[in-house]
Ligand binder design. Structure first.
Ligand code: URA
Ligand code: SF4
Length: 206
């Protein structure tokens, strides 16, 4: 049973597991390279996303692209997904049963992409990795689990509406390259240790 991002997308496009399937124009599975090191998880499609079937293509998307450019990245280099893949009518919050119904798809995307840094955008995707926490308290504070960093950020739409959050958002974004560098550093030292081991084993053969 080989899973793939294409398989997930094909299932999402015809999914009827929750009521959002009845009001959507297009489902929005997510997009980006399968080997992306950074995965962004938003809340759910808005008006423009629903029309185009693509994530973050409206005002929030423009801002996200602008933020990415401040760390020398383009959207084509990262994976962009959402907690729910179909637009909640009138952009209302996704309901708990809709999030539960859609969870399988996000789980499979995470398992396939195996990102190094998971960036949650807004409360709903934060809740998945930081249950019960408050975004105003923990935004910009990454948590490491094994070889993955989870970084909770404000939602771009919320940051766009509030100049003080906007500034914090831009500061928080700078953590992304720092976290990648930290993972690279620990990987290199791990490989060096493994290399030392090999040398030791070779020597002990003589
Ligand atoms: N807001 C989101 O949370 N996701 C999108 O894809 C677009 C806007
Ligand atoms: Fe299926 Fe998710 Fe769309 Fe609900 S939101 S219909 S679970 S793809």
């Amino acid at each position: 049973m080989d899973d793939s991002l294409e398989k997930v997308a094909a299932e999402v496009k015809v999914c009827t597991k929750c009521a959002l399937s009845r009001s959507r124009t297009n489902a929005v599975p997510g997009e980006g390279p399968a080997n992306a090191r950074i995965m962004f998880i938003g809340e759910g499609p808005g008006f423009h996303e629903d029309h185009q079937g693509r994530p973050f293509v409206g005002a929030s998307g423009q801002y996200l692209e602008q933020l990415l450019s401040t760390i020398n990245l383009r959207r084509e280099q990262v994976y962009i997904a959402n907690v729910v893949k179909c637009r909640p009518p009138g952009n209302r919050d996704p309901l708990p049963d809709e999030i539960v119904a859609c969870r399988e798809y996000l789980d499979r995307q995470l398992a396939l992409i195996k990102p190094s840094v998971v960036v949650t955008l807004g409360r709903f995707s934060m809740e998945r990795f930081f249950p019960g926490q408050s975004i105003s308290r923990i935004h910009g504070k990454a948590k490491r689990v094994g070889d993955i960093f989870y970084l909770p950020l404000y939602h771009p739409a919320a940051a766009l509406r509030r100049p003080d959050w906007r500034q914090e958002m831009e500061q928080d974004f700078r953590h992304i390259p720092e976290l990648l560098a930290e993972l690279d550093k620990s990987k290199i030292s791990h490989e060096r240790d493994a290399g030392d081991d090999d040398q030791f084993h070779q020597l002990s053969l003589f």
